[in-house]
Design a protein around this ligand. Structure first.
Ligand SMILES: [Mg+2]
Length: 279
């Protein structure tokens, strides 16, 4: 069972509705609310070599990136943590310092949560955002002929060992609203995430030029993950990095410079394909 298969299986069950995008969209009268939840597990999503404030920053950054992927603005977050035996009081305070600094900068106050303990440190965050009614960007809207864009050169985070504090692209939310047919954030590597977008839209993708971050290589950009950049499609010519076009093809099929491209990246159910944050 891999992640895509588990999500497909869940989608077919009674009692499940609206899963498979970066956030769940709850329609409202003037604006729609979007909801996302994300788990950060010691040894899986971070190692103790990260500073506590970096861990706190990451715990929220992941959820904010999903809010940005919907072209929504964050409203508030809820955080549950399980502290491990090794967590000192100072570590826990500095974890919250890192998280609350980003919460403040992002207008996303911490508004509740739960406290528990476990053998490893776990942080589970829910972020709620809002978007004008009907304007949330989904993964499923890409059409053959659309251009494919990324918000920045990719692979820098994978190449540098995942040390820096990722910046969710909330700055692009208003700029891209109404301009895109589909959007998602890139967290598991361009190839796997683009494959998911194409599956959701029932299309394929032909890539020609992939912008690679300084000091990174193409494989970092394709499969490294943890970019927290946006991947989006549009019928328009936009001033972002254009990497290819959406094509009519077997859903999820990727081609790069005329050759078939495997969708590989981080999958929790299959293990890591390329070195990543826990390596
Ligand atoms: Mg996402």
């Amino acid at each position: 069972l891999n992640e895509n298969q588990l999500i497909a299986w869940l989608s077919s069950r009674r009692g499940v509705s609206g899963i498979g995008d970066d956030c769940y969209v709850m329609p409202g009268s003037s604006e729609d609310l979007v909801f996302t939840t994300d788990m950060l597990v010691e040894g899986v999503h971070f190692r103790r070599s990260l500073t506590p404030s970096e861990v706190g920053h990451r715990a929220l950054a992941r959820g904010l990136s999903d809010i940005a992927a919907m072209l929504a603005e964050p409203r508030f977050c809820l955080l549950s943590i399980a502290v491990a035996p090794w967590c000192s009081d100072a570590w826990i305070r500095r974890f919250y310092d890192g998280l609350l600094k980003l919460a403040h900068q992002s207008n996303c106050p911490l508004s509740g949560g739960d406290l528990s303990h476990a053998s490893e440190f776990v942080a589970d965050i829910s972020v709620v955002g809002a978007v004008p009614r009907g304007k949330a960007a989904l993964r499923s809207g890409a059409k053959p002929g659309d251009f494919i864009y990324v918000s920045s050169p990719l692979g820098g985070n994978a190449a540098s060992g995942y040390r820096r504090k990722p910046r969710p692209r909330l700055d692009l939310v208003k700029k891209l609203r109404g301009q895109v047919t589909a959007c998602m954030d890139i967290t598991d590597g361009l190839s796997l995430d683009l494959h998911r977008l194409c599956l959701a839209s029932g299309v394929g993708a032909d890539l020609d030029l992939i912008p690679v971050a300084p000091r990174a290589e193409l494989h970092h950009a394709l499969t490294g993950g943890e970019d927290y950049e946006l991947l989006f499609t549009s019928w328009k010519s936009l001033h972002y990095h254009r990497i290819g076009r959406i094509v009519k093809a077997e859903p999820g099929t990727l081609r790069y410079q005329g050759r078939s491209l495997q969708a590989t990246g981080y999958d929790h159910f299959k293990g890591r394909v390329r070195p990543g944050p826990s390596d």
